[in-house]
Design a protein around this ligand. Structure first.
Ligand SMILES: [Zn+2]
Ligand SMILES: [Zn+2]
Length: 113
């Protein structure tokens, strides 16, 4: 349980071009169960969603994806997940910052009810 290899060992490139595909899940790690309903269906897939702090990836089953349901996760877990997904994309969190809140309305609005 030392530092995870690869994630923080990679070099951060400053001035990364704008064309980051934040929805690229090719490097994301699929969980053994749906993170929304907890079902261990065989129809799991990694999906991305935008949050106030940045895009992150989740493993969800067919049904939850169809229903458009996303699990409620705490802010600390969300931060971790955004960091994880930045690692999956091979970019820094700063690179993802422009993509934060892309579904959450105007910046500075804060978490809604
Ligand atoms: Zn589900
Ligand atoms: Zn990811």
């Amino acid at each position: 349980m030392a530092e995870p290899p690869g994630l923080w060992g990679s070099r951060v490139q400053l001035g990364t071009p704008q064309g980051i595909d934040v929805d690229d899940t090719s490097q994301c790690i699929q969980a053994p169960a749906c993170e929304c309903c907890g079902g261990g269906s065989e129809r799991l897939a990694v999906v991305t969603t935008g949050t106030d702090i940045g895009p992150l990836c989740l493993t969800m089953c067919d049904e939850c994806r169809d229903a458009g349901e996303f699990p409620l996760i705490g802010i600390f877990r969300a931060v971790t997940r955004v960091l994880d997904h930045a690692g999956h994309l091979g970019v820094s969190v700063e690179d993802l910052a422009p993509h934060a809140a892309r579904r959450a309305g105007p910046a500075g609005a804060g978490p809604g009810p």
